[in-house]
Write a protein that binds this ligand. Structure first.
Ligand SMILES: Cc1ncc(COP(=O)(O)O)c(C=O)c1O
Length: 425
């Protein structure tokens, strides 16, 4: 009592600090300072920069032509409908909103797919694409009877590695991108699949590969499907960009549907972050394709147990928005028109960037700026050139040279072309 009183007086006089009183509980003394996130850390640095021409083209978020965040008009309409319904705020079921899960499965596989007609898919709501991958990782770690290795393409989305490591899986890579030709290393990919142990897990980006923008052709997907089958590999598709490449939802899901038609029992992660611009709503889905309705029931029961332990129940708002859009023919049509608009703006910026580089007098081959697909361009810039872009031109991007074309506008594409030429000539 007496000591407590003295301590209080000393603290008032600022003679001893709170930390020194609590010296006995220095539990976090050995926690080292972690590095900033390789992608989101760029935004922090960008925000501190006051240069008028600064550009943040590291983060994969779609912006309008003036560089402002874009909320799709169909999303605004869906929100107005939801607001009018005065819905409750009760917990969602553990596996999420049933109608959302049904619509998400239809979006990926097509309404007439045999997996849906025969209830072979277990589709649950997930905390966006990242959450779907993490849930998938937990499911594999706990229930996949094969190896606990997941093969990722070399290169891949930077967060794949920590997400699957955190799930307790071992990571290996397979050849995917050839930096010399800036195209798919198809021979290397097929060779690596041939060398994988049977009953391993392999992850594919079904469309708009991040970060390279390089996808297999239809014929190559067919060959990949056959090789995967020969090796009895479990395929995990991470579909973050359905509709973003062509504006055609069916065309962009072709590789996933091919594997379904060829009777692969795949896993699938979906996200509405990019395709509906619902980044901060954290809305996605995770699917396991099973062999029978009875097996689907058992898988669902275990996914619910995993979800309960990870975050209990998913959030409501994003799922309600996506459901309103997907279940209404009118809103779906509007959404796909808006998707096409986004896809076309990206294609036009690609063309302007290439033309700008040529106008600047660059003699390098920039064909890949146009041939790569989706939100990103894998420029081929090396870390030294990236550093110069940031230091001399206030342009922020990841050291791997990936730029988000979707964050470039008509008003600054020429500045970007000029800067890239200056650091590459
Ligand atoms: C290939 C890929 N997968 C998954 C995600 C996860 O996105 P989110 O968690 O924001 O939905 C992204 C986001 O950039 C991505 O590019």
């Amino acid at each position: 009592m007496y000591i407590k009183k003295i301590t209080q007086i000393l603290r008032k006089l600022e003679i001893i600090t709170y930390a020194s009183v609590r010296r006995t509980s220095d539990w976090w003394q050995n926690v080292s300072l972690g590095p900033p996130d390789p992608i989101l850390g760029l935004t922090e640095a960008y925000n501190l920069n006051k240069h008028p021409k600064k550009m943040n083209i590291g983060v994969g978020g779609y912006k309008d032509d003036e560089g402002k965040p874009y909320v799709l008009p169909c999303v605004r309409e869906a929100e107005a409908i939801i607001a009018g319904k005065k819905m409750d705020k009760d917990y969602a079921p553990i596996q999420g909103i049933a109608e959302f899960n049904e619509q998400s499965a239809k979006l990926a596989f097509g309404g007439e797919s045999y997996v849906i007609r025969n209830s072979l898919n277990v589709t649950v709501q997930a905390v966006s694409g990242t959450g779907a991958l993490r849930l998938g990782g937990a499911f594999l770690k706990n229930f996949f009877p094969g190896s606990k290795i997941i093969y990722l393409p070399s290169l891949t989305w930077l967060n794949h590695v920590p997400v699957f490591k955190h799930s307790g899986l071992d990571i290996k890579t397979y050849k995917y991108y050839d930096p010399e030709t800036r195209t798919l290393d198809f021979c290397g990919l097929m060779e690596d699949i041939g060398n994988m142990p049977e009953n391993s897990v392999i992850l594919f980006h079904p469309i708009a590969h991040n970060p390279t923008g390089v996808d297999p052709t239809r014929e190559q997907w067919v060959e990949i499907s056959h090789a995967v089958k020969r090796k009895r590999l479990l395929v995990f598709f991470d579909m973050a960009y359905q509709g973003f490449v062509t504006g055609d939802l069916d065309a962009d899901a072709a590789s996933v549907r091919l594997f379904i038609d060829e009777c692969h029992h795949i896993l699938l992660a979906q996200t509405y972050s990019k395709v509906m611009g619902l980044y901060g709503e954290r809305i996605g889905a995770f699917t396991v394709i099973t062999g029978s309705e009875e097996e689907a029931g058992r898988v669902l029961s275990q996914l619910k147990i995993l979800i309960r332990a990870m975050y209990a129940n998913p959030p409501l708002h994003g799922a309600r928005i996506a459901t309103e859009i997907l279940k209404s023919e009118k809103l779906t049509k509007q959404w796909t028109d808006e998707l096409k608009g986004m896809a076309q703006r990206i294609i036009s910026i690609r063309q302007k960037l290439k033309q700008g580089l040529e106008r600047e007098g660059s003699t390098r081959n920039w064909d890949h700026v146009i041939s790569q697909r989706g939100m990103f361009c894998f420029t081929g810039l090396n870390p030294e050139q990236v550093k110069k872009l940031t230091e001399d031109f206030h342009i922020y991007l990841n050291t791997n040279g990936r730029i988000s074309i979707a964050a470039v506008g008509s008003n600054n594409v020429d500045y970007l072309a000029h800067a890239i030429h200056q650091v590459t000539k």
